[in-house]
Design a protein around this ligand. Structure first.
Ligand SMILES: Nc1ncnc2c1ncn2[C@@H]1O[C@H](COP(=O)(O)OP(=O)(O)OP(=O)(O)O)[C@@H](O)[C@H]1O
Ligand SMILES: [Mg+2]
Length: 397
């Protein structure tokens, strides 16, 4: 698919901006702080309903305003769709498809599909496990928007269960509470099993693409891999770190992979029972996909704590490229390619890797690249240049 037209109202630094785009490569050039990332962030938000820079909507609204509007015209094959998203302060966000009646924001998921790479992605390797879980879950929702509900169900039950466990710490825990906890266990086991099942399947799909992408970007001297560590494999300790003792986790992963959602639900119920005493003591849910880890491996070692700066960049890029390939392969998208967004990437790479990355992405249906310095963009991406100037786009509209 490609984005043909983007229009923003009161989003970040823009009172109003219109950007016309076409298929193929477009490079947005402009000085630091001019608003390039703001444009890319808006496209990414439309696709995932979350920003790659902030965890709340507040900073997305232009200073002093309480409503931002993102409107995009997307072309997929012969078909074009106009999708709008209103981001509201203090009120639920709303969507609109083809100028129809307002819908829940969640209902526009899947219309705009992007793979966005930005410097913040370094946290995929260096950051805590929540970054990697979010990576998996966002990709999951892009592929299958129904999983947005799976996620929010799980988060809701987890919150309620944690509140109950916390109250137990204050000594007010009665048999009535115990019965309520049993009910939450059932809900959480089911929602957790659905999430785990979907994540495990996704990791299998990512693995070969990650390996290939890393090989393409580097000289191929190391192999990139992923390992999913679940709290019901005994592969993690209570604080989410890898458990002591020999890692037999690849065997464990295979184990869980062969289990149905029903079987995984049972496993969770058993695990909750086994850790109930500890959970009551600590006042927090210790078992479940919210504490799982997606371990990134480079050669023999985990990427986190071992990878060099350059290797870290290549690993993060490869994860995003792998997402891109998984989406491309996905039958549900009908082979329609997501929009590839590379924000501020080239300045960080050496000439070799710039050229390799450019060669990989040059064939994408649409790739949007930002740079402060034109010269950082390799010739392979000699697409259209758009100049971003204060408050808007030079010569566009
Ligand atoms: N909510 C907001 N309201 C008004 N202005 C904002 C808001 N959020 C961010 N800005 C402004 O937007 C600018 C940053 O824009 P952006 O991050 O898109 O820059 P950029 O072109 O990507 O720069 P760089 O090349 O340094 O990455 C900053 O000047 C910031 O003050
Ligand atoms: Mg930027």
């Amino acid at each position: 698919m490609y984005l043909e037209h983007l229009s923003l109202t009161d989003f970040r630094s823009y009172a109003q901006v219109d950007l016309k785009l076409g298929p193929g490569a477009t490079v947005l050039v402009g000085s630091n702080g001019i608003g390039k990332t703001n444009l890319m962030e808006a496209i990414g938000y439309l696709a995932t309903l979350s920003s790659h820079r902030v965890s709340t909507d507040g900073p997305l609204l232009r200073f002093g305003t309480d409503r931002a509007l993102i409107r995009a015209k997307l072309v997929r094959g012969e078909q074009s769709t106009v999708v709008e998203l209103e981001i509201n302060a203090g009120r639920a966000n709303r969507g609109r498809i083809n100028r129809g009646n307002p819908v829940r924001a969640r209902d526009i998921l899947g219309i705009c599909q992007t793979v966005l790479f930005a410097p913040e992605d370094l946290a995929l390797v260096k950051g805590d496990p929540s970054n990697r879980r979010r990576f998996l879950d966002e990709l999951l929702v892009s592929l299958m928007p129904v999983h947005a509900a799976t996620r929010s169900d799980y988060d809701r039950v987890l919150k309620q269960r944690n509140a109950l466990l916390k109250s137990a710490r204050t000594g007010k825990f009665t048999s009535g509470h115990e019965a309520t906890l049993d009910v939450w266990d059932q809900h959480m086991a089911r929602a957790g099993a659905e999430l785990l099942h979907a994540r495990l399947e996704l990791v299998e799909r990512l693995r070969p693409h990650l390996k290939r992408a890393y090989g393409q970007l580097t000289d191929g001297s190391k192999e990139a891999g992923v390992l999913y560590r679940s709290t019901i494999q005994g592969g993690l300790d209570d604080d989410g770190g890898p458990a002591e003792g020999p890692a037999e986790s690849s065997e464990g992963v295979e184990d869980l992979r062969s289990l149905s959602v029903e079987k995984l639900t049972e496993r969770y119920i058993q695990a909750f029972a086994a850790s109930r005493r500890k959970e009551l003591e600590r006042g927090i849910s210790l078992v479940g996909p919210h504490r799982d880890e997606l371990e990134l491996v480079l050669g023999q070692a985990p990427a986190k704590g071992y990878a060099s700066h350059g290797e870290t960049w290549s690993m993060c890029l490869s994860l995003r490229l792998a997402s891109y390939y998984v989406m491309l392969d996905d039958t549900r998208t009908g082979g329609s390619a997501p929009i590839l967004i590379l924000d501020d990437v080239f300045a960080e790479l050496d000439v070799q890797r710039r050229r390799k990355l450019a060669a990989i992405v040059a064939g994408a249906e649409q790739v949007l690249v930002t740079a402060a310095v034109d010269a950082d963009i390799p010739e392979e991406l000699a697409g259209r240049r758009v100049k971003v100037v204060p408050g808007g786009i030079d010569g566009e509209g």
